[in-house]
Design a protein around this ligand. Sequence first.
Ligand SMILES: C[S@@+](CC[C@H](N)C(=O)[O-])C[C@H]1O[C@@H](n2cnc3c(N)ncnc32)[C@H](O)[C@@H]1O
Length: 249
Amino acid sequence: MSITVDDAGSLPEERVAAVRAYLIAGAGKPPPPPIKGGALLRRAPSWAPRAVRNVGTRALRSHSKRLAVEAQRRSPLRLHLGCGWMYKKGWVNIDLFLTTADIPWNLVTGIPFKTGSADAVFHEHMLEHISRWEGFAFTQECLRVLKPGGILRIGVPDAGMCLDSYANPNDSDWDLDKWPTRMLGVQALFYQSDHRAMYDAVTLILMCRAAGFAEVKRRDFSEGWLQPSPDTPERREGTLYVEARKGSD
Ligand SMILES: C[S@@+](CC[C@H](N)C(=O)[O-])C[C@H]1O[C@@H](n2cnc3c(N)ncnc32)[C@H](O)[C@@H]1O
């Protein structure tokens, strides 16, 4: 239900209470249960303080460089960046310390592979976790490590879809009505989960072109040059996919 400013003074008390509860409790959800045993590591990306993960990643840097030299021999060489817990077989999975990564590595410090060595690079729901400046440099790094003709595939939350749904309350592609107010739904996408930058299709496509990719296309889930598709089924709804091809010269 959308509410106009005129309605604001006459809101039902339960809506006021829902907004109050949400604003007090952060995500409006009960706190997560205590973490035990094996669940500890599986839950790490969401709870481990970023500083701990960065320090761990830095401490392992020499070891990770050696792992990258070994992985460099793979053929085809396909890099899955910011893998989190979505480990992909046949790919070299890279993320910060405390994930399923084959190589713990802070990707804003570059990608530890040789220029022109990778057949494909894939990252899904990772780009929005770094600033737009870091994201642009990171996209240039993806271009650098790809072979001529190599493919970068990116998946990010579709912020354009979210904002379209906000502007058109009858458009339910992005379900904003599950939040106490629709604006709090927009806030959740833009500011929660350690999100630092948001993309719509035109911004992502132009960023890839600006980074130097020869050809860039918006893609549907699982569709495109990169086959078999690495897209994660759980990410299908609300994800914007783009593919970018490195020129052959
Ligand atoms: C929302 S999770 C997505 C994980 C997985 N790709 C998925 O779709 O479920 C974002 C991931 O990006 C990783 N990430 C964010 N910044 C990073 C960085 N600078 N270097 C390496 N990984 C990073 C996080 O550690 C986290 O695992």
